[in-house]
Design a protein around this ligand. Structure first.
Ligand SMILES: Nc1nc2c(ncn2[C@@H]2O[C@H](COP(=O)(O)OP(=O)(O)OP(=O)(O)O)[C@@H](O)[C@H]2O)c(=O)[nH]1
Length: 397
């Protein structure tokens, strides 16, 4: 799938920078993108994106200093400068893209406010689908971040064709601060979505036996709402049957995973039966393990199962059986799937759970936003009644 990424704000910018770095490392041209920010220093912090693809907005309003977690200003700046943003996207080339992905941390100001505005305009201008990859804050980051995320998310679900969520709090380790975990979390994000969005890409192995092309990803995400992604890897059987000591094993190895002692040890299997069992096991681990957004997977309306790895490990029966298993376990009946052959020391399963109906953290954010709204109404009423007590008629003052 050819994806045009737009990194909005600091988190979005760093993640898109990594997507493009991965593309360069793989010698692929599936991904392109630009980054946008109101803070000059954040744009300078990006490592791989060329200077001409870094766009500073809001200079008259905030003078390159950022919007300071104020997402109303973030939205205003994006709306005021939408023509400049669209021009920068057009300049980078959009004629052959399959989808746009707007990537942003929803708890701050620039990306949180700007992403919904940008999605609305991209949808107005282009025929290709527009997805948001939204990072939601951990509760420990404070109420303001959660309120910003709730507000941004409720607008985004109406503006984007689908919002795929990554929950920072679900991914940081106990005792670790969210900030110190950023680099690791970003790697997790780029690994999952890098594999998913590359499905169907032609490499030296050609396309898979059961190719997943961009239309299958698009059809899976078609219902809108919020989606989550599961991922699991297992070591592949090295050529000649011995275990490889190299991390990843090959150019694309880094795409699927790096050597991780916590992963299940590989089992030397060669028969189709064994390959199929390995794939089913991986898909189960992907769906039942940690998702980008922890949610009740049984409420998903559609799903996509993608198995990536060396061609010798891919197995049609395994993918078919995994699809049936996913279908039995989600609310909807539309489950798509296929394989993606790559040169790697790993086999990976990605499960995209689309349009989910229940995620506790999203519910928590929405309740917080409702309470905050009620508080505002109550404090307005209190202010009005105190003015009456003072003998002031607010209508005439
Ligand atoms: N996963 C991840 N989350 C991040 C990263 N950087 C910031 N965040 C989260 O994103 C939210 C803040 O968004 P930022 O991107 O820093 O803010 P911004 O859009 O630049 O907006 P302002 O700084 O307010 O102008 C917070 O909830 C952070 O936890 C990152 O590198 N990775």
């Amino acid at each position: 799938m050819r994806v045009f990424f737009i990194g909005f704000g600091q988190a979005g910018g760093k993640i898109v920078d990594m997507f493009l770095a991965q593309d360069k490392k793989l010698g692929s041209t599936s991904f392109r993108g630009i980054v946008i920010n109101t803070a000059r220093t954040d744009l300078m912090g990006v490592k791989y994106i060329p200077m001409e693809d870094r766009l500073l907005i809001g200079q008259t309003m905030v003078k390159g200093h950022g919007v300071g977690t104020d997402n109303v200003t973030g939205a205003k700046v994006a709306a005021d400068e939408i023509d400049t943003i669209i021009n920068a996207i057009d300049k980078r080339g959009t004629h052959d893209v399959d989808a746009f992905v707007v990537c942003a941390g929803l708890g701050g100001g620039t990306g949180s406010g700007g992403a919904p505005v940008l999605c609305r305009h991209l949808k107005r201008i282009y025929r290709e689908p527009v997805y948001a990859l939204g990072i939601i804050p951990a509760p420990e980051e404070g109420r303001l971040y959660s309120l910003n995320a709730a507000r941004s998310l409720s607008t985004l679900v109406n503006e984007a064709d689908n919002v795929i969520v990554f929950d920072n709090s679900a991914w940081k380790n106990d005792g670790e601060s969210v900030k110190s975990a950023f680099d690791r979390l970003n790697e997790e994000i780029v690994r999952r979505f890098g594999v998913l969005f590359r499905a169907g890409e032609v490499n030296k192995f050609g396309v898979g036996e059961m190719v997943v092309d961009s239309s299958e990803i698009i059809n899976t995400l078609r219902g809108g709402g919020i989606s989550s992604v599961g991922y699991a890897i297992s070591e592949a059987i090295p050529k000649g049957g011995r275990s490889s000591s190299k991390s990843g094993g090959g150019l694309l190895g880094g795409l699927l995973g790096k050597k991780d002692k916590r992963q299940e040890p590989h089992i030397d299997i060669t028969s189709s039966e064994d390959k199929s069992a390995k794939i089913i096991g991986l898909v189960r681990r992907a769906m039942l393990g940690r998702l980008t957004l922890p949610c009740d997977y049984s409420t998903a309306e559609r799903a996509l199962v993608l198995v990536a790895g060396p061609p010798t490990e891919l197995d049609r029966k395994g993918v078919e059986k995994s699809k049936s298993w996913v279908e039995e376990n989600i609310a909807g009946v539309e489950v798509r799937g296929g394989d993606y052959p790559v040169d790697s020391g790993y086999v990976a399963a990605v499960v995209l759970l689309a349009t989910i109906g229940n995620a506790p953290r999203i519910r928590e954010l929405m309740e917080l936003a409702k309470e905050a709204k009620e508080e505002v109404v109550r404090s307005r009423e209190r202010a009005t009644s105190s003015m009456f007590e003072d003998g002031i008629d607010p209508l005439f003052e």
